[in-house]
Design a protein around this ligand. Structure first.
Ligand code: PEP
Ligand code: MN
Length: 338
């Protein structure tokens, strides 16, 4: 249920409504927009239906949210959400974010070297996996905490924000110590315990779309995080599995405008996993920016032949640099900055 307040509603009136809702066992989430304050109420349907919220002072209108995702929906919040990562980087505004780096952190020297190159090319967030969700248990599983330490040290030297995957509830506290953004991987999109655990923190989380997840299921995963109290959620379209075998995944560009219509949360696109083939990454990246995505995640490696994971889809730093220049032109054409 969404309660739209009158323009001149006072803080006492807001507090009165919220207090009353809490007595009834409902959770209230306040969204203060430019024009109006809106309160979203979450709780059992019967309690919501029986509570005459429209009679409370300061209330203009009460609206049921028909979609199963409530806090995630545009009905709850009309304005785009802009998430602050640090003093220099926000996600969801006019300026696009580019998260770049290797699939896996492979060592200090390797990570430092690639980090310097992607930063020089214009990336504003550093990516790297320390805990890797590999199909085979015999493949490289990531450097674990040593990889996180490398990320933190290099990020400190270069003054750049970081993102890394958290695979398990037991890793949440550890990963939170070292990086700025959690990455919730495609294979964990419906790991509800992990979503709730991340929801209990206030650290931004980027939720990758599951390999076979519908957009509704993906939005519901974000709802889990928001319902647990963490509103700093970013979506990441990373390709879905289809019948097509010419490439690893099918990059679903439609997801960008569809998610932006249904939700106020930012969405970025990962054309590396979205295609699985390095020479398809530039076209996917440009299409994503043209479609209105809030940013990109791109895998870059200095020696893709020897990469410990995802070499086939990793760009060489020189190719990444050329792509960044092309992306600036596309960004400008759609009223964004890079
Ligand atoms: C990754 O970013 O390296 C990764 C494993 O992503 P996904 O969860 O999209 O497969
Ligand atoms: Mn990867």
């Amino acid at each position: 249920m969404i309660v739209i307040l009158k323009k001149d509603a006072t803080e006492e009136q807001v507090k009165h409504i919220v207090d009353k809702a809490e007595i009834l066992g409902l959770k209230a989430h306040i969204s203060r927009g430019v024009e109006r304050t809106v309160i979203g109420f979450i709780g059992p349907e019967d309690v919501l239906r029986m509570t005459p919220l429209e009679v409370f002072p300061g209330v203009e209108q009460v609206m049921p949210v028909l979609a199963p995702y409530k806090l995630v929906s545009r009905e709850f919040k009309k304005e785009n959400t802009v998430i602050k990562i640090n003093d220099d980087v926000t996600i969801g505004g006019k300026k696009l974010v580019v998260m770049a780096g290797p699939c896996s952190v492979e060592g200090l020297d390797e990570f430092r070297s690639i980090a310097k190159k992607v930063k020089a090319a214009g990336a504003n967030i550093l990516r790297g996996g320390a805990f890797k969700p590999r199909t085979s248990p015999y493949d490289f599983q990531g450097m674990g905490e040593d990889g996180l330490k490398i990320m933190r040290d290099v990020a400190g030297e270069l003054r750049i924000a970081t993102i890394t995957e958290v695979m398990d509830t037991r890793q949440v506290e550890l990963v939170a110590k070292y990086v700025d953004i959690f990455q919730l991987g495609a294979r964990n999109m419906q790991n509800f315990s992990l979503l709730k655990e991340i929801g209990a923190t206030r650290k931004p989380v980027m939720i990758k779309r599951g390999l076979s997840a519908t957009i509704k299921e993906w939005l519901m995963s974000a709802e889990y995080v928001m319902a647990s109290g963490n509103f700093n959620v970013i979506f990441c379209e990373r390709g879905i599995r289809t019948y097509e075998t010419a490439y690893r995944n099918t990059l679903d560009i439609n997801a960008v405008p569809v998610v932006q219509k249904l939700s106020h949360l930012p969405i970025i696109v990962d054309p590396s996993h979205g295609t699985g083939v390095w020479n398809l990454v530039p076209s996917g990246a440009k299409a994503a920016v043209a479609a209105g995505a809030n940013g990109l995640m791109i895998e870059v490696h200095e020696n893709p032949e020897e990469a410990l994971s995802d070499g086939a889809q990793s760009l060489l730093p020189t190719k990444f640099d050329v792509l960044m220049k092309e992306l600036r032109v596309v960004a400008q054409a759609v009223g964004k900055e890079l």
